[in-house]
Design a protein around this ligand. Structure first.
Ligand code: DP6
Length: 352
């Protein structure tokens, strides 16, 4: 009577970013966002769930090989790592209320999750992790609702990792409508490459959850950003991707990343996610782009110093050559090339 499921999901990189919630508990964003989901063959999270028929009602979570037993009592404490536990319970409640299992409370639950890349470094491991968890819970319990709503309750950006290609997550007043959907599959623009430059892999200073809360409370720039994103940028981004207009796409990606880091600086106390190396990369990309009339590369930074570069096939060799041989000059920066081209964002690894 045991039930199990395993899924692998990939992180996503926001092209138009989510920063700020109108509802902290339900994770409803102030503005919609658009992202591109990476390929599981390069970066991924893998989660297995096992439901064991029992009256014990215990929940065990193993994250990157450390196991914890968790119960409701923990949740009144608070800090960072408990936020994730609280969100797990919120997801579990949602699933149990709307599933095909007759007795959804009569199971011991074991969840085991791991990433093949560093956590908490701006590489959006929570996105791929919670997307996997949402798929696992959905499958194991026979959840009847929308998997992206479930993933969103774990971590906002996770709802975009539920799908491959170019994905949009909508804002809404009602939780049931703040969902993510594919705008264009990865095959739409197979020439697109993403290069991730890992500039630092330590834990970041302020988590996205806390950082954006402070921004909502203190930044006077944020309402302006939300308005521009909702009224203009989402539509523009959809159009540029649709037209495969790299020049316009690149400009908007960089502007939106800059605008997000501007509201971070406008937060009190200020949020410094970029470091000196990140700023050097920005300068380097600007110089590189000046050589030709059309833009060749775009950079984007999430809540951390690591850099994501977007570049089409015919410029990737030149870009990598310059980064490795001239710009980095044998420094120890890690570099990974990831492509969204084959749309392999989700794997279901075994079914009961
Ligand atoms: C900068 O989704 O990690 O990466 O919803 O509180 O879990 P919570 O935050 P999270 O925030 C991601 C912020 C971002 C931009 C983005 O991915 O859109």
């Amino acid at each position: 009577n045991n039930i199990s499921a395993t899924y692998e999901c990939a992180p996503n990189i926001a092209l138009i970013k989510y920063w700020g919630k109108s509802d902290d508990e339900l994770i409803i964003p102030l503005n919609g966002s658009i992202s591109i989901t990476l390929d599981t063959s390069v970066l991924s999270s893998r989660t297995t769930i096992l439901l064991i028929k029992s009256n014990s009602h215990k929940i065990y979570v193993t994250l990157n090989s450390a196991t914890q037993e968790i119960d409701d009592g923990d949740l009144n404490k608070s800090p960072d790592d408990l936020i994730n536990k609280k969100r797990l319970f919120i997801m579990l409640d949602k699933v149990r209320q709307n599933c095909i299992l007759q007795d959804p409370f009569e199971y011991e639950i074991r969840i085991c999750s791991s990433n093949n890349f560093p956590t908490a470094c701006g590489m959006a491991s929570s996105a791929s992790g919670f997307a996997c968890l949402a798929y696992c819970l959905s499958k194991a319990f026979g959840y009847k609702g929308d998997v992206s709503e479930l993933a969103r309750l774990g971590s906002g950006s996770a709802c975009r990792s539920c799908f491959g290609g170019f994905v949009k997550w909508n804002t809404a007043t009602d939780s049931a409508f703040s969902l993510s959907r594919v705008l264009f599959p990865a095959e739409h623009w197979p020439q697109m490459n993403i290069v991730a430059l890992i500039l630092e892999d330590g834990k970041k200073a302020v988590s996205s959850t806390h950082g954006m809360k402070d921004t909502v409370l203190t930044s006077q720039l944020l309402p302006q950003r939300v308005k521009i994103v909702e009224e203009k940028r989402l539509k523009m981004m959809q159009q540029f991707i649709g037209d495969k207009n790299f020049d316009q796409f690149a400009k908007l990606v960089m502007q939106d990343s800059n605008s997000f880091h501007a509201v971070c600086l406008d937060t009190y106390p200020p949020l410094f996610y970029l470091n000196d190396k990140s700023k050097e990369i920005i300068q380097f990309i600007n110089e590189f782009n000046k050589i030709d009339p059309e833009l060749k590369v775009a950079y984007s930074f999430d809540a951390g110093p690591n850099c994501f570069l977007f570049v089409l096939d015919h410029h990737i060799a030149e870009l990598l050559f310059l980064i490795k041989n001239i710009y980095l000059n044998n420094s120890d920066l890690g570099e990974k090339i990831v492509t969204s081209a084959d749309g392999n964002f989700l794997k279901s690894l075994n079914f009961d």
